[in-house]
Design a protein around this ligand. Structure first.
Ligand SMILES: [Zn+2]
Length: 250
């Protein structure tokens, strides 16, 4: 994985000579490498307050300080707070895919900066970052874990260590197309902290890092495994989150 990243890093300047940089979302030419075109930039939805203080889900109107979403009250996750830089929409999806499949690793530092900004309160209270792990077989096929790349970028900004103590013990089928309860079932028991790595987790305040939060089933399963291994606190920071209708407590 490191060799692949290094190769890309060293080849990129040669490949880029003479080619105009492209918008990572729509592939239209742009003036500066790594920049979105103005159209895509204007369609990227950064998540700002007011949002649910627990889950980070944006509210359509300001319900007043400290109000939680109905989801946070009715179905609280194992993790503490969750924050996301942007809403998962067309532009965010294009950016995630560009990073995930390895052709735009140059975007990782920018995405990491946006995430560090969205999660600055979580990072201020944290001892270490934990990327959501890929199963080794998928890592081998893809050579690269986008969550780990984002965690490393945030670590550089927030001056925090990254721990890879959390392991994925079985490959799970894709969560795409599954209902919320199917997602939870699919992912249950898929993560573990090996006994030898418990020292990196026990008593520590951790921030889980992933690219996208959909139902939250994956980060919830990760948080459970970290808490079972003695973590003092687990919070969640993602690049993009799916936002559907937000219900407020009545
Ligand atoms: Zn564009």
């Amino acid at each position: 994985m490191r060799v692949a990243a290094m190769l890309r890093g060293s080849l990129r300047p040669i490949i880029d000579i003479g080619l105009p940089p492209l918008c990572p979302a729509c592939r239209e030419p742009v003036r500066d490498a790594g920049a979105l075109c103005p159209q895509c930039w204007s369609r990227l939805n950064f998540i700002t307050r007011p949002y649910c203080e627990r889950l980070g889900i944006p509210f359509a109107f300001d319900p007043g300080p400290g109000i939680l979403s109905m989801q946070a009250i009715a179905d609280p996750p194992a993790y503490g707070r969750a924050r996301a830089a942007v809403r998962f929409d067309d532009v965010a999806r294009a950016l995630v895919h560009a990073v995930k499949y390895g052709d735009r690793l140059d975007l990782v530092p920018t995405l990491g900066r946006w995430m560090a900004s969205a999660g600055h309160e979580l990072l201020a209270d944290a001892d270490a970052l934990v990327p959501v792990p890929l199963h080794w077989r998928r890592l081998w096929a893809r050579r690269f874990n986008q969550a780990a790349a984002l965690a490393n970028a945030i670590a550089a900004t927030a001056n925090l260590p990254v721990t890879t103590a959390l392991k994925r013990t079985r490959a799970t089928r894709s969560q795409v197309g599954l209902s919320k309860s199917e997602r939870a079932q699919n992912i249950q028991g898929a993560f573990r902290v090996p006994a030898g790595a418990r020292g990196e987790v026990a008593g520590r305040r951790l921030v889980l890092v992933d690219d996208v939060l959909t139902s939250g089933a994956t980060v919830d399963a990760c948080a459970r495994a970290l808490l079972r291994a003695g973590a003092a606190q687990v919070e969640v920071l993602v690049f993009a989150r799916v936002v559907d209708a937000v219900r407020l407590p009545i």
